[in-house]
Design a protein around this ligand. Structure first.
Ligand code: HEM
Length: 223
């Protein structure tokens, strides 16, 4: 706590979030140039940039995995079914009727149940698929010295499709993410929190978003 603010996003977390965003956007631009959808740097240069950014992303992911394990922050991403219906209803209906958020952020539980589910899927599915297919793409291309034949891959076609599907999923996530960050207490409050680390205490909850209403009532009775 600092005055009426709560420290929610730590320095490494913010660094990881923003550098990951820049790298993924850069990988998307260079990737879709390689794909032939846009022209920006020129194909040859796009390949060089894409590979360099990919290595940087892999290093960042390694540090982020270490940080999540060392701090125990990984627990925030464990999906929960509690309040998931309320949260879904809120995004479909409530948000357009100015209904209050069904769950409130706390320092120990900063993700709502839908965020937990989606971020979990990104971490265990989409990112691993894109990194693995990207590495197979690299190893296949440059060239057979890494013994990729041992994996019985004789065409780039499937790898390219899997990698591109991963890219589309990641971009779909980014579009939804950018819309959803504007749906905080004010349009810019979530963005500000990820820049400064601090969230306005008045808009924070006292309870874990994965707690059931009865667990919350029990705690209120005890305190
Ligand atoms: C560590 C992560 C990644 C690795 C190792 C990687 C690696 C690669 C490689 C080696 C290629 C082929 C380059 C060539 O033709 O020489 C490629 C293509 C591509 N990459 Fe990535 N990439 C990664 C992440 C991403 C991300 C995050 C995106 C988008 C958000 C992306 C989008 C694409 C696209 C669209 C293509 C073109 C696919 C095609 O049409 O063949 N990549 N990537």
């Amino acid at each position: 706590m600092n005055g009426n603010r709560v420290y929610v996003y730590r320095a490494f977390e913010r660094f990881w979030h923003w550098s990951q965003s820049v790298l993924i956007l850069f990988l998307a631009v260079t990737g879709f140039e390689i794909h032939g959808a846009i022209t920006f740097f020129g194909f040859h240069q796009a390949v060089i940039y894409h590979n360099t950014a990919a290595y940087a992303l892999i290093v960042l992911i390694a540090f982020a995995i270490f940080w999540h394990l060392a701090t125990g922050e990984w627990k925030q991403y464990v999906p929960t079914a509690t309040h998931i219906k309320a949260q879904t209803n809120y995004y479909i209906f409530g948000i357009f009727r100015n209904v209050p958020h069904p769950t409130k952020k706390t320092a120990l539980s900063k993700l709502n149940p839908l965020q937990r589910l989606v971020y979990f899927a990104l971490k265990v599915l989409v990112i691993p698929v894109i990194v693995t297919s990207g590495l197979l793409y690299m190893l296949y291309r440059y060239p057979h010295r890494h013994g990729i034949e041992a994996l019985n891959i004789d065409t780039l076609h499937t790898i390219a499709i899997i990698h591109t599907v991963g890219a589309f999923l990641l971009i779909a996530f980014i579009v939804a993410h950018i819309y959803l960050i504007t749906t905080g207490t004010t349009v810019l409050s979530n963005l500000k929190a990820m820049l400064t680390g601090y969230e306005d205490a008045a808009h924070m909850g006292q309870h874990d978003t994965s707690e059931t209403p009865s667990q919350i009532t029990d705690k209120e009775v005890q305190s």
